[in-house]
Ligand binder design. Structure first.
Ligand code: UT7
Length: 332
């Protein structure tokens, strides 16, 4: 049986910075409130003519280069995004694979909101373990600024743009393999975090203008409570099921939604600060891009070494959630 190895990482963040002070000029908020409630100080915003696929391409180029593979060896591209270049079609994954010149590959998007990267990791693992694919490029890419309502202080302070990508490859060596991935969803909580307009559900009973808007709406406090409860339970379970101790985790790489959620989950596992990877302060919440952007951060700063074990966790609209136990396994 083939196993799936996490070979490489890459990421891209747009250069334009939107600070808390900038937001305080746009809505009734303050740097103090945002910092205290979320841990976010600033986020990046893509240029008008910079699409989700453009950011995905930049992250993917780095991931392919660092994988040691030739791009012709990539046989599948999966993109997690809730802010695709085009709603409905074509998929952002097909646009990215063409811009990268990958030729004839399987390519598709998935929608699992902020849990997207954990979901595409599980898809890559399943395709590789079944023998259907050998080298899968997975990308979390978001231009959330395009679906953010900058008059709504409850959401606009949270989100930013960016992309992260990884190459997942087949290996015979079980020691290199992704150990386990949990994914879950519960549509009962759909209304906590959603873009209510713009889909087939809204065309018949809303004005045209509303129907074309995909702005996100969130019941933040309720989402917060479900997130802490669900994630705390999930990370404890994935460690227990795999007989792994929290002290065996070198890097806890959570979805970067809110510093208080991250701390609550880290405390439940009794993790030391050095184990917890944080980028929320500088990038905010970039949904499906946040985990790979955070992994890239520890890679580029030299903190992520071959063989080290990462615990990923994420939570987002749907509601969806997931966790993963992933050794970093670059080709020697
Ligand atoms: O990534 C996907 C999953 N998403 C999440 O996990 C996000 C989860 N939720 C959160 O991170 C937090 O709920 C928020 C950061 C969004 C909000 O923090 P909170 O501590 O839950 O605040 P709250 O919604 O309970 O609001 C408290 C107060 C309210 O005022 P009153 O009713 O007490 O007078 C809000 O109107 O804070 C007010 N408020 C703000 N004040 C200043 C809400 N947003 C702001 C703001 N600036 N930006």
């Amino acid at each position: 049986m083939a196993y799936a190895a996490f070979r490489s990482i890459g990421a891209y963040a747009p250069s334009k910075v939107l600070s808390n002070d900038d937001l305080a000029k746009m809505v009734d908020t303050s740097d103090e409130w945002i910092t205290k409630r979320t841990g976010i100080k600033e986020r990046r915003i893509a240029a008008n003519d910079e699409f989700t696929s453009d950011m995905g391409v930049k992250a993917a180029k780095l991931a392919i280069e660092r994988s040691g593979l030739d791009k012709s060896e990539i046989d599948m591209v999966v993109c997690a995004t809730i802010s695709p270049d085009y709603f409905c079609m074509p998929s952002t994954a097909t646009i990215i694979s063409t811009k990268l010149g990958l030729g004839n590959v399987t390519a598709f998007d998935i929608s699992a909101a902020c849990t997207g990267f954990v979901y595409i990791l599980s898809i890559a693992k399943a395709f590789i373990e079944s023998g259907m694919k050998k080298n899968v490029l997975i990308i979390g890419a978001e231009k959330l600024s395009a679906i953010t309502d900058y008059t709504d202080r409850a959401t606009c302070i949270l989100f930013g743009d960016g992309a992260g990508a990884a190459v997942i490859s087949a290996t015979d060596n079980k020691d290199e393999a992704i150990i386990d991935i949990h994914t879950g969803a519960d549509g009962q909580f759909a209304d906590l975090l959603m873009s209510p307009n713009g889909g087939s559900g809204s065309f018949h009973d809303t004005l045209e203008q509303e129907a074309t808007s995909c702005f996100m709406q969130m019941k933040g406090n309720e989402t917060f409570k479900v997130a802490v409860k669900t994630l705390t339970k999930d990370v404890v379970e994935i460690l227990k099921e795999n007989s792994i101790l929290a002290s065996d985790i070198k890097h806890f790489v959570p979805h970067q939604a809110n510093l208080r959620i991250i701390k609550a989950v880290g405390d439940a596992l009794k993790l030391d600060d050095e184990q917890v990877v944080l980028t929320v302060e500088k990038y905010g919440n970039t949904s499906g891009a946040s985990i790979p952007m955070a992994i890239n951060d520890i890679y580029e700063s030299g903190r992520l070494q071959a063989g080290e074990l990462m615990l990923l966790d994420a939570f987002g609209g749907g509601l969806t959630w997931g966790s993963a136990l992933v050794p970093f396994s670059p080709l020697k």
